[in-house]
Write a protein that binds this ligand. Structure first.
Ligand code: ZN
Ligand code: ZN
Length: 234
């Protein structure tokens, strides 16, 4: 037990110090190779002894940063960490699946699955702009033909979350684009009855701002039919 504890501490210390070397911060001289070696040792040790996924995820990230195209290693450690429930690794895998990166074939379903897994962990940043953007994008792409009726409010919810999370300029522009496309689509038809918007514009659900109705009756009907569950204040 004591030995296990000591090993755990050593592994965490290694990953901590390795991280500092890798990024050259907190007074540690920048040494990517040395940092990576420490993280690597720690990841293998932790995987063997405790199955601690933190170091594995660190390692996947470190390989990714090094940009030596070490796809197998990145994928190996990200998958290992994700299978041990590391939410950041899930976010990374979701990103890869959506863009067919790191040697993976594109899968929107898996992109959605892993991006959702990231947010299921209560310790995750609820406004992580990359994962929130990924989720809105993947739902938008899936929604184009499959879940047309339910997707608009949820896509808008995650897109707005992404905006809250201080995204990069590039991501910000893409998020704005998604929001305006989805809003345009959404407000052309009543979310409940699918009746087309006539001369008078549809009324917007004031809570989520993601659903539009031709009248009070439709709003109440839709609320009871399940909108009360997906109308989360974003
Ligand atoms: Zn209606
Ligand atoms: Zn609503």
């Amino acid at each position: 037990m004591l030995l296990k504890h000591a090993n755990k501490c050593r592994a965490w210390a290694q990953v901590y110090v390795g991280n500092k070397y890798f990024h050259g911060v907190n007074g540690f001289a920048l040494d990517k190779e040395k940092g990576l070696k420490l993280i690597e040792e720690s990841a293998d040790q932790q995987a063997a002894i405790l199955g601690q996924p933190g170091a594995q995820e660190e390692l996947a990230t470190a390989y990714n940063f090094r940009r030596n195209n070490e796809q197998e290693q990145i994928l190996h450690y990200a998958t290992l960490a994700a299978s041990h429930g590391n939410s950041r690794a899930c976010g990374v895998l979701g990103h890869f699946f959506m863009r067919a990166e790191c040697g993976l074939a594109e899968s929107l379903i898996l992109g959605k699955h892993y991006s959702e897994k990231y947010f299921e962990d209560g310790r995750s940043d609820p406004c992580n702009p990359v994962s929130a953007f990924n989720l809105s994008l993947v739902l938008y792409r899936l929604g184009l033909d499959r879940f047309e009726r339910i997707s608009h409010p949820i896509i808008l919810f995650w897109a707005r979350r992404a905006l809250k999370g201080d995204p990069t300029v590039e991501t910000n522009d893409l998020v704005i684009k998604i929001i305006s496309m989805v809003e345009k689509e959404a407000k052309s038809h009543c979310t409940n009855s699918r009746k087309e918007a006539g001369s008078s514009p549809l009324k917007r659900c004031i809570r989520l701002l993601g659903a539009w109705y031709c009248g009070k009756e439709c709003q109440v009907q839709h609320w009871k039919a399940g909108h009360k569950f997906d109308c989360i204040k974003s």
